[in-house]
Design a protein around this ligand. Structure first.
Ligand SMILES: Cc1cc2nc3c(=O)[nH]c(=O)nc-3n(C[C@H](O)[C@H](O)[C@H](O)COP(=O)(O)OP(=O)(O)OC[C@H]3O[C@@H](n4cnc5c(N)ncnc54)[C@H](O)[C@@H]3O)c2cc1C
Length: 497
């Protein structure tokens, strides 16, 4: 039986969320002679911002840094809701003709690298027909996010089957869910719970945030007055650049203070919470974490909306451990009972590596936990594969943009040097490196559950994942592409053979 020739492009990007759309833009701008396709498993762009539909879904970092470096964020609100972010992404795709490169409903399942052919063979499955689609590419760029699209994380709750009301996970929000006059318990105290509680308190009779332990909560204005003033006096691009710079400097300054003066930062944050909630609120129990600021994630609440909801008497915080679900709610260890019509399990995401795709290099399966990370975007001994991953302590897109620029530098270097393969390989002196986790010094449960599957970090550049915008700017934009670690090689077999 004759096989149709497989479609080949220079670059396959997997995922059409913020990262994949950014990748499309940067490839077009910086590598215009390279062909590319974006394979997206879902039927729309946006990734996170299309998937999450719960009430009030919004960014919890400012859009001047969550936006792209090439497209100003011009809305008045610096903290944006899901639909506004989707509109921004749709505009980006339309402005730069990126949509024609996207194949929707193509879930990538397997990718096989052949050194002899210097190409990846990428196997995808069509969502509509279930048919297998196979393509090849010279470079594979995973922009598939960091969590599973198959479902969120929900711990085993004893007695779950007894509950007679509705149980909902924010990752699979039912469009028709009506919480009017209902009693709701939201389990969790991450960004999603903090968003849901004030949003649902507008319609529900009572909303209780049930947390096992507290999180740092920081109120910030939804509107950035300086950004909006700058937009009135400067051209959009310039105003955006200045605001972006201001915000990255501020974020780095604040993060730096949490490292050097954690006690002082902690005291300041808690003082603000006390002021917002008044002297009678038990801030020690409900808003004072046992860890230092930014050792785990911190939550930003725009205009202090969570505090407003609590002060209105419609939102409540309970700190305790679940003993069992009952027919009518939740019983805590110690005997307290929370009545509920709806229980929302805002218990998090399931972290995954590289879009849950299976990778092979020259016939051998790749175990990413055995690889070393190269600058936090490539993997030792895995050729022509990059992945996008943002910041933990700052906006995702700051880093996604930098990674795209480094990918383009690599592609252009290969064009200029007549090479086809780039592989980060340990130098003999690197073989004694002491491994560190992929992300250092940040230890919430969802990271702890998954870190063993991620690559290792070394103790020297470029085998590090510094999670610092300042250092990454140097690593991604300025340090030589041909750095003695990245090995550039030619084709083993002539391309037309
Ligand atoms: C509720 C929520 C709020 C957040 N708020 C912020 C915030 O305020 N600031 C911030 O910096 N970050 C935030 N984040 C992190 C957020 O995920 C990033 O900001 C950003 O949206 C990630 O973009 P991405 O394109 O890299 O990944 P995603 O948005 O996850 O998109 C990945 C895309 O890849 C596709 N894909 C995955 N696997 C495959 C495959 N095998 N084959 C084909 N397609 C595949 C998916 O369908 C998806 O479309 C938030 C995350 C969540 C869940």
């Amino acid at each position: 039986m004759e096989h149709a020739p497989r479609e080949h492009v220079d670059v396959i990007v997997v995922g059409a969320g913020i990262s994949g759309i950014g990748a499309g833009y940067h490839l077009q701008q910086r590598c215009p002679s390279r062909t590319y396709v974006i394979l997206e498993g879902r039927q729309d762009i946006g990734g996170t911002w299309d998937l999450f539909r719960y009430p009030g879904v919004r960014s919890d970092s400012d859009m001047h840094t969550l936006g792209y470096n090439f497209k100003p964020w011009n809305a008045d609100e610096a903290i944006a809701d899901g639909p506004s972010i989707m509109a921004y992404l749709r505009e980006t795709v339309a402005e730069h003709g990126i949509e024609r490169h996207i194949r929707f409903g193509h879930l990538v399942e397997r990718a096989e690298w052949s050194t002899a052919e210097a190409r990846w063979t990428v196997h995808a499955r069509r969502a509509d027909t279930g048919a297998a689609v196979t393509m090849t590419c010279g470079f594979l760029f995973m922009c598939s996010g960091y969590y599973s699209y198959r479902g969120g994380y929900t711990p085993e709750f004893p007695g779950r089957e007894r509950f007679q009301g509705q149980i909902v996970h924010p990752q699979e929000w039912p469009e028709e869910l009506d919480d009017t006059d209902k009693e709701v318990v939201v389990i969790g105290s991450g960004a999603t719970a903090m968003t849901l509680v004030p949003a649902m308190a507008k319609t529900a009779r009572k909303v209780t945030m049930l947390q096992r332990s507290p999180t740092y909560v920081v109120a910030a204005p939804e509107v950035d007055v300086i950004a909006n003033t700058l937009r009135k006096v400067l051209p959009d691009h310039l105003a955006y650049r200045v605001t972006r710079r201001k915000n990255t400097v501020m974020q780095q300054f604040f993060y730096g203070r949490t490292r050097t003066q954690p006690a002082k930062v902690k005291a300041t944050l808690l003082k603000r919470v006390r002021k917002a909630l008044g002297p009678d609120f038990d801030v020690d129990t409900h808003f004072t974490p046992s860890y230092n600021p930014w050792d785990e994630r911190m939550c930003l609440v725009p205009n202090g909306d969570l505090f407003t909801a609590i002060n209105s008497g419609k939102a409540h915080v309970v700190t305790g451990t679940i003993d069992t679900f009952t027919e009518t709610g939740i019983e805590l260890v110690g005997g307290d009972v929370l009545r509920a019509d709806i229980i929302v399990t805002a218990t998090g995401l399931q972290l995954v590596t590289l879009g849950e795709v299976e990778f092979m290099v020259d016939g051998d399966p790749v175990d990413f936990s055995q690889t070393w990370t190269y600058k936090g975007f490539m993997y030792s001994d895995v050729p022509n594969l990059a992945s996008s991953f943002g910041y933990i302590h700052a906006s995702w897109t700051l880093r996604a943009d930098l990674i795209c620029e480094n990918v383009c530098r690599l592609l252009n270097h290969m064009t200029a040097s007549g090479t086809v393969q780039c592989t980060p390989r340990l130098r003999p002196s690197d073989r004694t490196m002491v491994p560190r986790p992929w992300i250092d010094g940040f230890d919430p449960g969802y990271m702890r559950r998954a870190m063993h599957r991620f690559p290792k970090q070394g103790d020297r550049e470029p085998w590090t994942n510094p999670q610092s915008y300042r250092i990454d700017q140097r690593l991604f934009l300025k340090s030589p592409v041909d750095d003695g670690v990245m090995q550039f090689t030619g084709a083993k077999v002539p391309a037309d053979a």
